[in-house]
Design a protein. Structure first.
Length: 221
């Protein structure tokens, strides 16, 4: 029986295009050149490519909409690594500034209070701000004092990890309070070492030698 060879049905995957136009892919008459070890200025594209090639680096188009486009002489892989690292740092910083909300009611029991307090402590330790509020529904608006006491008790619970930015205040039918993460000043290890060095630099002063008794002069000598 003849063997039937089936064709591979997988779609042909095109090679991913570079994120930026580099080297021969840059097709403009002239570019503004920037980078380390190059003289900043406007160059014909061929001359800019030669400068990058002589430095064994890439010509990377970083501002295609500029007139003329701006190109950087740099190792492309290193350029992408630095770009991704900065984006990651920016993402991490934006994450730290998130605002988390904790909701209470005027009749929140101790178990629910403790559960939400643990969440708030974790949020603050992660560097987030916390907005805690007591929601008043219907006739519960009569118990504003109870809501204020609850938020102050909450502030006392979070005192080690967060600071109350302002006293509880009413906004519509809810009373809220804002908490910011408490910055703990950690003593730098290098400072500790310096302190130890300073202590070590102070040699113990040797004790003053005791005065030796002078022998008595004999008569006639």
């Amino acid at each position: 029986m003849a063997l039937v060879h089936r064709k591979n049905n997988r779609r042909f995957q095109r090679q991913a295009e570079p994120e930026h136009r580099i080297n021969e892919r840059i097709r403009v008459p002239e570019v503004r050149l920037v980078g380390d070890n190059v003289e900043v200025g406007v160059y014909p594209i061929e001359e800019a490519r030669k400068i990058a090639a002589n430095l064994e680096l890439d010509l990377v188009e970083i501002s295609p909409n500029a007139n003329p486009p701006v190109c950087r002489v740099v190792e492309y892989k290193k350029f992408l690594y630095e770009k991704k690292r900065k984006e990651k740092e920016m993402k991490a910083n934006s994450k730290q500034s998130e605002l988390k909300e904790i909701r209470f009611t005027a009749n929140t029991d101790d178990h629910d209070f403790d559960f939400k307090a643990k969440h708030a402590e974790r949020f603050l330790q992660e560097g987030n701000k916390v907005k805690a509020y007591v929601q008043f529904k219907g006739r519960a608006i009569m118990f504003k004092d109870r809501g204020e006491l609850l938020l102050l008790k909450f502030a006392e619970r979070l005192a080690e990890v967060g600071s109350l930015e302002s006293m509880p205040k009413m906004e519509g039918r809810r009373m809220l309070a804002m908490f910011a993460p408490k910055v703990t000043k950690k003593k730098d290890s290098s400072n500790k070492e310096k302190e130890k060095e300073k202590k070590g630099e102070k040699p113990k002063q040797p004790a003053a030698p005791k005065a030796q008794p002078q022998p008595a002069n004999k008569e006639g000598e």
